[in-house]
Design a protein around this ligand. Structure first.
Ligand SMILES: Nc1ncnc2c1ncn2[C@@H]1O[C@H](COP(=O)(O)OP(=O)(O)OP(=O)(O)O)[C@@H](O)[C@H]1O
Ligand SMILES: [Mg+2]
Length: 303
């Protein structure tokens, strides 16, 4: 299995190797801090795996970029490097490389194609608590500088409530919980809502329903999940948007060109653009912790 995975990875490697050195020369403007608490931190998560987190993250980043926002993706889905795969890139550095004294943020902040900027998490976020205090301090200090590069930070997490995923999502200001209408995905989405609402100080979770067929299906999914959350968890869950099941999305994944870049008029692209404008123009709770707050919770939980 592993061998097969390695061979596959090699096959797509070298198609686009990206280095983190292009950042200073690109059109990303440095130095404009995004308000007092820094960038908005939005975690994108799901209960069941394979429901569309990474596709949403990458295409949302492109849509937000089209709206003039500076976005950084943190690929926090341990070791899977999903973002690389969707972009057809290979990154040779990751967040852990920052522990090397010669490596600075700009070296790991990768400028991928289609204007997508991202940091591969490696095992850095998952194993934060196994590091020494000094190592965590280095990562905190170097990563904090992301606030000079971004208005919004999207964190693509792993699925489910294991592997510290709950730590990430409660540390972010906002959580987008993605599900498909399948009963198994809904049950697992509910488990995330339950875990999250039991530990979040101020729950701020919005639902996104992916791969929907028609409007009645959307209403049914949103109705079921929000009624259950209100009744059993005493939290209100709003739906930020939905994405139609779209062959063009599947084709784009195979071609390793995000649908928003290759087919901006596809139905899935239009749905994601609408989610992006909901994030920017919709009613928004005030930012509580921001990027530094997120990093503190991950790297300095006892502070
Ligand atoms: N709207 C859509 N229409 C059709 N197919 C879709 C749609 N969204 C996602 N898919 C399909 O689902 C697959 C999985 O998507 P993706 O990799 O984004 O899921 P994920 O939640 O990040 O998975 P993992 O949990 O493994 O990280 C895609 O490769 C694509 O084939
Ligand atoms: Mg993924």
């Amino acid at each position: 299995m592993n061998d097969q995975a390695t061979r596959l990875r090699r096959m797509i490697e070298d198609k686009h190797a990206v280095n983190g050195t292009g950042f200073g020369t690109g059109n990303n403007k440095i130095g404009q801090r995004a308000g007092k608490t820094g960038p908005r931190t939005i975690a994108i998560t799901s209960g069941k795996g394979g429901v569309g987190k990474t596709n949403l993250t990458v295409n949302l980043a492109i849509a937000l970029g089209n709206m003039g926002k500076r976005v950084i993706i943190i690929d926090a889905d341990m070791g899977m490097a999903n973002v690389d795969i969707l972009l057809g890139t290979t990154s040779r550095v990751n967040l852990m490389s920052l522990l090397n004294p010669d490596v600075v943020l700009e070296d790991v902040l990768l400028r991928g194609p289609y204007g997508v900027s991202y940091i591969s998490g490696g095992s850095g976020l998952e194993h934060a608590m196994e590091m020494t205090v000094a190592e965590r301090e280095i990562l905190f200090q170097k990563l904090a500088a992301c606030e000079d590069w971004a208005d919004i930070i999207l964190i693509d997490t792993g699925a489910g409530i294991g592997n510290n995923v709950l730590d990430f999502i409660v540390s972010a200001d906002e959580v987008l919980l993605i599900t498909t209408p399948e009963p198994t995905a809904l049950t697992d989405a509910y488990a995330v809502m339950k875990g999250y609402s039991s530990i979040a100080d101020q729950p701020n979770l919005k639902l996104i329903v992916n791969r929907v067929i028609d409007e009645p299906e959307i209403r049914e999914v949103v109705g079921t999940l929000s009624r259950t959350a209100e009744r059993f968890l005493k939290i209100s869950v709003e739906c930020l948007g939905y994405i139609y099941d779209d062959q063009m999305m599947i084709k784009s994944v195979r071609q390793q060109v995000p649908v928003m870049a290759g087919h901006p008029d596809a139905i899935s692209s239009r749905c994601i653009a609408s989610i992006a404008s909901g994030l920017i123009n919709g009613q928004r709770e005030k930012v509580k912790l921001g990027w530094r707050g997120f990093l503190k919770k991950i790297f300095k939980p006892s502070y």
